[in-house]
Write a protein that binds this ligand. Structure first.
Ligand code: C2O
Length: 577
């Protein structure tokens, strides 16, 4: 029988190979699936920290349902809103090629889904693998409305690392012992910073270090010697986090649905919006170990939630003995100090794309965006509506423009239908005034100008953006998220960006690909991408308090030539304002 292959004539083996290629080509299509889901937005009583709150959920679940899909699959998600709030859902990190209608930020790509209304999101996953997530994109509803979106390789394709024996998703969240919508409402009234959360959570559970919580602490069973994949998502509303596991090392293999070179670390720093995939090997003595997360806080003199959330990594061989004796408490890990920027920087510096990537080396659009907070002066300082620092109101901006969301139409609908007066396209490519961004900034520059300004990009243009943090009010690491794109993080540093010396050090070989990146506290970060996705795409700080203060802008990427470079028509059920 073995001789058979050898005797096959060359033309014949070519034919066989060709046939094989056709079959695999066809079956790769046949294997792409469409997943249908109904997401009912509804209130549900949930008890945490000894108190019951009526929280907004999807299908009564908290966190919401996890979507398990493969690269190439399509999703059809019918959202039925039976809650009391307007809502939209965003599929964070999905590129939504030519399909802004499925992206979700409210008043940007769609009008909100009203109570009693429905809208069906339809989209396809194209060339993305790893971990993404979905969340509400309307006011502060994402405090409880979020879930995982795990994208596995196509059928028959392996991971670029040895197959883990198990996969486990870890959604890090923030819990408020109040209705988060009321926390927001109060902050918008007073102009002060919103109250901080009362707990962090792992898959909705605060863990052993909080009142009335230890019965429901998340437990992850593991077999001695096995290697599992943890998909870590920061779904917290307003806080970057450090994540660690007692006595264990992790190996990072992906971020934001893009593979990275395997990189060993004891600590993961993760900003809201970001995801990190790590391999974890059970190579320690069988016991129970805490998995823990707490704040990485870079804003100075700002209150923050300094509590610690935990879950338990349980070696199966250890569980019997501990149950009997009930003695051995899990081992607690060391976490970095709250302001340990050195650890955060080292973590980010370790991230590289798995292989060499295609970064645009020439650029058509050289954008320089200052990002930071600000203060609006009041005519009646210290009045109930001016409870910010020194009787002001908090605000935030990019290039001195504080983004104002439209209220009577969405940007994308106004653009598509040619409705004037909703936005302008004069967003400044550089700050209107140059100053020492990270130095002692003159008070006259603390108050930005409100506006709904977009920046126009030609289809296919090669874009560089340098995000420069400012020291206005405080320096801070702002996790900047760009909708509709994945970009390369080509460089970062501290102080003011220097175009000549800093550009020379950019990584054009294997920079990591992400959808959310920190500005660096008192520093800068540079990204590059090709504007190959037409539509209107929001760019914003993923700390929701900053987003609401105006730390946002949007790109209007024009259509290119022909259908394949043009925004598809809106679905018939797209909500109207
Ligand atoms: Cu994850 Cu505009 O958001």
């Amino acid at each position: 029988m073995e001789a058979y292959n050898l005797t096959v004539k060359p033309w014949c083996s070519c034919l066989l190979l060709g046939l094989f290629a056709v079959i695999t080509f066809l079956s790769s299509f046949a294997n792409a699936e469409t997943h249908y889901h109904e997401f009912v937005i509804q209130a549900k009583p949930v008890k945490r920290l000894c108190r019951i709150h009526n929280i907004i959920t999807v299908n009564g679940q908290f966190p919401g349902p996890a979507l398990e899909v493969r690269n190439g699959d399509s999703l059809v998600i019918k959202v039925v809103n039976i809650a009391q709030y307007n809502i939209t859902l965003h599929w964070h990190g999905i590129r939504q090629l030519r399909n802004p209608w499925a992206d979700g930020p409210s008043y940007v790509t769609q009008c909100p889904i009203r109570p009693g209304a429905t809208y069906t999101y339809r989209f396809t996953i194209i060339n993305q693998e790893g971990t993404l997530w979905w969340h509400a994109h309307s006011e502060w509803l994402r405090a409880t409305v979020y879930g995982a979106l795990n994208i596995h390789p196509k059928w028959g394709f392996p991971y670029p690392f040895s197959t883990p024996t198990q996969e486990y998703t870890i959604l890090l969240g923030e819990w408020f012992d109040r209705n988060p919508m009321d926390v927001l409402k109060q902050a918008l009234f007073t102009g002060a910073a919103p109250n901080v959360s009362d707990a962090y959570t792992i898959n909705g559970q605060p863990g052993d270090l909080y009142r009335c919580s230890s019965k429901e602490t998340v437990r992850i069973p593991i077999e001695s010697g096995e290697t599992i994949l943890l998909r870590i998502v920061n779904s917290a509303l307003n806080q970057e986090l450090f994540f660690t596991i007692a006595n264990h090392q992790m190996t990072v293999v992906g971020v934001d649905a893009a593979y990275t070179k395997p990189f060993p670390t004891r600590v993961v720093m993760i900003g809201p919006g970001q995801t990190t995939n790590v391999l974890l090997t059970a190579d320690q003595p069988p016991a129970h170990y805490y998995i823990a997360a707490r704040a990485y806080n870079t804003a100075m003199n700002a209150p923050f939630d300094n509590t610690t959330t935990t879950a338990i990594l349980e070696y199966k061989s250890a569980s019997c003995s501990t149950k009997k004796g009930q003695s051995s408490r899990p081992i607690l890990p060391q976490l970095p100090a709250y302001n340990d920027t050195a650890t955060a920087t080292a973590f980010n510096a370790g991230l590289k794309s798995l292989s060499q990537v295609n970064v645009p080396t020439t650029i058509d659009e050289n954008l320089f965006f200052t990002v930071g907070l600000g203060l609006n002066n009041c005519t009646r300082p210290n009045s109930p509506r001016c409870q910010g620092p020194n009787g002001t109101r908090f605000t935030a901006s990019i290039n001195n423009v504080s983004f104002v969301f439209p209220t009577i139409n969405s940007l994308m609908q106004a653009y598509y239908q040619g409705v004037p007066g909703i936005f302008t396209t004069d967003f400044p490519p550089v700050p209107p005034i140059q100053f020492n961004y990270t130095g002692n900034v003159n008070r006259g520059l603390w108050q930005p100008v409100p506006g709904t300004k977009l920046y126009k990009l030609k289809y296919g243009s090669k874009v560089q953006i340098v995000f420069q943090d400012t020291s206005i009010v405080t320096t801070e690491d702002h996790p900047i998220h760009l909708h509709g794109y994945q970009f390369y993080v080509v460089g970062s540093g501290f102080g003011n960006f220097n175009p000549s010396t800093d550009t020379a050090k950019f990584n054009f070989i294997d920079p990591p690909q992400r959808n959310t990146i920190g500005s660096n506290p008192g520093g800068w970060v540079a990204i590059r991408f090709v504007a190959d996705n037409p539509g209107i795409w929001l760019l914003h700080c993923h700390l929701d308090s900053h987003l609401r203060w105006g730390l946002a802008m949007a790109f209007l990427v024009e259509n290119g030539v022909g259908q394949s470079q043009t925004v598809i028509p809106p679905p018939a059920d797209l909500p109207q304002c």
